[in-house]
Design a protein. Sequence first.
Length: 624
Amino acid sequence: MSGNFFKIAIIDLTEGSIGEYPADPDYYKKFIGGSAFSARLFLELVSADVDPLSPENPMIIMTGPLVGTNFPGTSRFTVCAKSPQTRIWGESSSGSSFGVALKKNGLDGIIIKGAAALPTVIEVIDGKITLKAAGDLWGLDSFEAIDRLQEIYRDHKKIKSLVIGPAGENKVKFAAICNDKANYLGRTGMGAVMGSKNLKAIVAAGAQKVPLADETGFKAARKLAVEAAGQSVVSMSLSEVGTAAAMEIGMMTGDVPIKNWSVGLIDEMGDELGGNMMAETILIKRKACHGCQIACKPEIAIKDGKYAIGTGPGPEFEALGAFGSMTMVFDLKAVSKANDLCNRLGLDSISCGATIAFIMEATERGYYSDQDLDGMNIGWGDADAIMQLIEKIAYRQGFGNKAAEGSASLAESLPAAAKEFLVTIKRLELPMHDPRAFHGMALAYMMSNRGACHLQHACQAVEQGSVSWPQAGLQEEYAATVSEGKAKMVYLSEGIGLMANNICICHFVQWAIGLENTLDGLNAATGYGLSLQDFIDIGHRCWLLKRSLNNLMGITADDDKLPDRILVPLEQGGTEGTVPDETLLKNEYYQLRGLDAKGFVLDQILEEAKLDYLIPMLNRINGK
């Protein structure tokens, strides 16, 4: 068996020590890699009640068995820890080349404990790990830090970097980690965890070849996967302008949130913020993650005017929603500037934009005065005020210090009525896909183990008809605004989507090449000989592991619910008059998943999933 080096480094920044962590070899087949492997490691490293910003909270970077190979879409990696934003299990993932560079050092992952006395850089080069002083890197924005690191390591042509910007240094609860400028680990505040450890950057460069169990079989599997990707409608739809293409379609179906999720349709918004407008005005080329033929990332140029950014990464669908439709800004250049600020300062664009939209509505309702907001009049569509607030959040200046805690914390400081327009699940702001448009997505948001998420499953592709996987028990078509029967779709889609996260393959690529090609590549690399049912069952095991970990962190059935606003029907647009049936969805899902009335996994289900070691821990807090 292979695809892995069976080596995980452990670094204690407090002690300045570097060693190898003795992970159980059985974890590789039981959890595959990525965030699930990290969750299993977390359980044995620290208590679930650890303070997210304490030195004791481990930050775990993991790759998967196909990372470092030339299989399509497998450049991803994960960063996991207890989240300072949600106070439960936190995870984020990214593509590009850093995960590949790390894996080619003969490492499957790194565990980082403790906190350095002074700002630090971790250097991982040619199999050797060294701790170095960050010096004048501290205080630089993400782009400046990456440029400086390229200068410092100019003798290493393939050096790749992970850095935090000022937001991470200031421990903003939704701080992101920047990965080579065009890729970000945005969700759940992993940048704040990195900042709490006084860790400015990690650099990696390596050349070790990933061992494969069956090289001939792997080459054949890769060839078929590449051919499938080239013929896929998923690839074709993303290959022009990337995810921005979904803006026009989403506006028609009601999938795009408008004015803090309160408006159903504004006809011109899709045109002003969508892929066609981007292609006609600011797009200069598309870029790809390492080894990916889809190339869905837009590179844009805005050379002059008050929203000038020069040349750099353009906004994807989530940023277009967060800083465009959510805040009523119809100017693509302004949205691009807001996105660029988040990138440079190190902020999750989804949570940042959603928090600003919450502030706009709170101001409109009279909860905040100009004095509260440092003299800013933050109204709908005010792009310049958004830019000011982004900077204040990153540096925790004035009102930005409060906003840096996220919208859930802001709502807690306001009268109870503010909950009516707070749109979070488990304290995480919703991604830019309205669950009133696709009721399966509503349930997937409710049950996601990191809070509201569109990447913990394959529901988006399945429910919208982008893929057809009847061999996995999924129907070929689903009615969008119907709740009945969606629980099974979500349940099966979670098993599939979580395996993408464990393998560290891009969801888009998994959708494009299909389940069999993904499985064939995994089996050829590892020699595991998994069937499709085995594949999905491992995904289910990983969901159960993270759910149980969240139970230990305080999650119960009371947390599996939609925000109040999502249960209010909109008066126009693709979702006119419809809302998900929260009770039906939840009841059907609990029965399928094997959860008790309190939201804990039944003992029998844990035993069948070979997670029985969790039972005594859960029983202590479940009153059994």
